[in-house]
Design a protein. Structure first.
Lengths: 395, 316
């Protein structure tokens, strides 16, 4: 039985076993593991979104630092999870990239001696966002860290980080948890109704966090439902363009709504720190530079959020055409979008199998275009146009 | 009038420089040993101010040109105000101010003291630029025909300094009145173009013009990204106007589509020749070009030209 701190890692038994053995080795409990080198100073956690990469890194850190090897209850475990533990440097990145300057600062902090235990852990949550210079700045530090320091990097796949980084890390692969695993965790841990749990587990395609979000947020379920109604609905150029505009607007509203309060509060705090509203000669020089930097960081965060939102929406749309192909092939396997079966069969009857594949390709093309910073509305328009159903009479 | 204080007020630096040139030239004509000091207002501190306005040992004539008066450190204001109230008879001050209300106290003091003020307004309208060219030519003892002036404005466009330079080039290279032919000979075919010009030509089915205009736009400094966004915007308008009921008048439709009536009229003029499928294919091309322009392709210009040709083919 693994330590409680690993309970949130759904369906990752192999990864948990590797981590626990490394913890036992690092803490000198398991001599055999220690001698075989089960612990090392740099780890790379890879796995699809929602598989729990950063949770695995945090659980690992907690197990290293906690006296019970990860009880999940003590102050240490809770601090590690909250990112406030003195010996854990947690780099969460909400912007579009992680810059070399941020990494250089991090490297300095990484070399500090541990304050409480005998480990110092640095977690980089989105190592795929490292710019090339930032990754190069990191090389030396992860190759030969101080004797207490351990680096945890997280990325969707090993190829998302530079080969030079990859070769300096031990890789831990996280799988996409099965629908059953996700559903049972939702039922047992969060008390979700079994029918709902089964539905959202399928809909989220093994993304535990998203499954939970869908289970509890009715608006999110409704949005997803409307989104997946698109393929059976759009036929004309006008419809395609207005649908693209709607999706674009929804993404903007969502990212602004999510960030607006925080942006405003951060800005107010920064201006106060620089003496805004105080009496005297006004803000000292440097204030406007700091404010501009914050504005830039906030804008980058909103764009990143916007992109993530659209990316999830596009992946959901792709699942619809996966179902269409399944129906066309006459396969017995359950549909991801079982709730929209009538739509799926309807579309399956109107387009040939190549048509479904072409549409998946258009969706993946749009995802790539968004990542390339193509104007989002334009990318969506181009995609929606490719999704149009043929005029009555076949393609 | 105070002949020792000059003020050039306005954003057009060419005109402001003219004030400096003519004033110092006039002063030089009076005294050969004129010393001209030129300084950025933002760089003036106590020491520099003392240097500039210290009484001269030999009593030679001096001119002090203060550029960007609006940037003067407010702590230096009292010193300059005091000087304006009690100027040194051997010094001529030429102050250049970019316009606006910054440094209001100084401007007021200069005007009150009777400084000779020259407005240096930015010339936005073509008619103003044409007028400028004509007076400019006349001041050099030459004439430029209205057509020629217009052709030159079309070719050079926005920057007044460049216009003036081209005119002096033309004056040097030709004799007699400057004609359209002369302008064409030196600036033949060159026009200032934007993404919107490219888009208009393309949507109206003038593919050749569109390609040529594209080159002009890129050569005159239009960002490739602006061209794809102009294309995307126009195609979007075209599609939305195309799918709206034809029976509605543009003014009625304007509110519903959130566009200006003239945009709708223009799109309706462009619509013949476009089918839904054509617009769809065109938008796909623009999206592809946008990706290539933003780093997905090796050569933005090639990507744009390719898109222009492909879009021209989607029109029937």
């Amino acid at each position: 039985m693994s330590a409680p701190v690993f309970a949130d890692l759904v369906g990752q038994q192999e990864a948990i076993a590797i981590i626990e053995r490394a913890v036992r080795a690092a803490r000198g409990i398991d001599v055999e593991a220690q001698e075989s080198g089960a612990m090392t100073h740099a780890w790379l956690f890879t796995g699809p979104p929602g598989s729990g990469r950063s949770n695995a890194a945090r659980a690992f850190a907690a197990a290293l630092l906690c006296t019970e090897r990860g009880c999940g209850e003590c102050a240490t475990c809770r601090e590690v999870y909250a990112g406030t533990h003195a010996d854990v440097e947690l780099m969460e990145s909400e912007g579009l990239s992680i810059k070399a300057d941020q990494i250089r600062e991090l490297i300095v902090r990484a070399a500090w001696a541990p304050a409480t235990g005998s480990f110092r852990v640095v977690i980089i949550e989105d190592a795929d966002k490292l710019t090339e210079t930032a990754a190069n700045a990191l090389l030396k530090a992860i190759e030969e860290p101080g004797s207490f320091t351990t680096w945890f990097l997280c990325a969707p796949s090993p190829s998302d980080v530079l080969p030079t980084i990859r070769s300096r890390c031990r890789s831990v692969l996280l799988r996409t948890p099965s629908h059953q695993d996700v559903a049972s965790v939702l039922i047992e841990r969060d008390g979700v109704d079994p029918t709902m749990a089964a539905h959202v587990a399928r809909a989220s395609q093994g993304h535990v966090g998203r499954a939970k979000w869908l289970a509890f947020d009715e608006d999110a379920r409704k949005f997803r439902h409307d989104l997946l109604a698109i393929p059976a609905r759009i036929r004309t150029v006008g419809e395609a363009l207005s649908t693209a505009a709607e999706l674009h607007r929804a993404a903007n509203e969502e990212s602004v709504r999510e960030n607006a309060d925080r942006d405003e509060r951060e800005m107010a705090e920064l201006s106060t720190a620089w003496g805004h509203g105080a009496t005297g000669k006004g803000m000292p020089s440097g204030a406007s530079k700091a404010i501009k930097e914050l504005e830039k960081a906030q804008k980058s965060r909103t764009t990143a959020r916007n992109r993530a939102f659209l990316d999830i929406a596009l992946l959901d749309l792709a699942t619809f055409y996966r179902d269409v192909l399944l129906v066309q092939a006459g396969a017995e396997a359950p549909l991801i979008n079982e709730d929209l079966r009538s739509n799926v069969t309807d579309v399956a009857g109107q387009i040939p199998a190549e048509g479904a594949l072409k549409r998946v390709e258009a969706i993946m093309g749009a995802r790539k275009a968004l990542a390339f910073n193509v104007a989002p509305l334009l990318a969506l328009e181009s995609m929606m146009l490719a999704l149009r159903l043929p005029a009555r009479g076949g393609e | 009038m105070n002949s020792q204080l000059f003020l050039a007020y306005g954003p057009e630096t060419l005109l402001a420089d003219r004030v400096v040139e003519t004033t110092t030239a006039a002063l030089k004509a009076q005294s050969n040993d004129l010393v001209v000091e030129s300084v950025e207002a933002g760089e003036i501190d106590d020491a520099r101010f003392g240097d500039l306005f210290a009484p001269s040992l030999f009593g030679e004539a001096r001119a002090v040109v203060i550029r960007n008066l609006q940037d003067l450190d407010s702590e230096m204001n009292p010193a300059l105000l005091a000087y304006i109230a009690d100027p040194d008879p051997t010094i001529t001050v030429i102050a250049l101010h970019k316009g606006g209300v910054k440094g209001k106290a100084l401007l007021e003091a200069l005007r009150k003291a009777g400084a000779r003020e020259t407005p240096c307004e930015a010339m936005k309208r073509d008619s103003d630029k044409i007028q400028f060219l004509r007076t400019e030519a006349l001041s050099r003892g030459r004439k430029i025909s209205p057509d020629a002036a217009k052709a030159l404005v079309d070719a050079i466009g926005s920057d007044l300094r460049e216009l003036a330079n081209s005119l002096s080039q033309l004056i040097a290279d030709t004799a007699g009145e400057i004609t359209v032919e002369a302008v064409e000979r030196f600036h033949g075919g060159r026009i200032e173009a934007t993404g919107f010009d490219v888009t208009d030509a393309l949507l109206e089915g003038r593919a050749g013009d569109a390609l040529a205009t594209l080159r002009h736009a890129l050569d005159t400094g239009t960002d490739p990204v602006m061209i794809t966004s102009a294309l995307a915007g126009a195609l979007r308008t075209l599609a939305r106007v195309g799918s709206a009921p034809r029976s509605l008048r543009s003014a009625e439709l304007a509110g519903e589509l959130g566009m200006a009536p003239w945009q709708i009229d223009k799109a309706r003029r462009q619509l013949p020749g476009w089918t839904g499928a054509g617009i769809a294919a065109a938008i796909t091309e623009v999206a592809r070009a946008d990706g290539a322009v933003k780093g997905g392709g090796a050569d933005p210009i090639f990507a744009l030209e390719r898109a222009v040709i492909a879009i021209a083919r989607t029109r029937t």
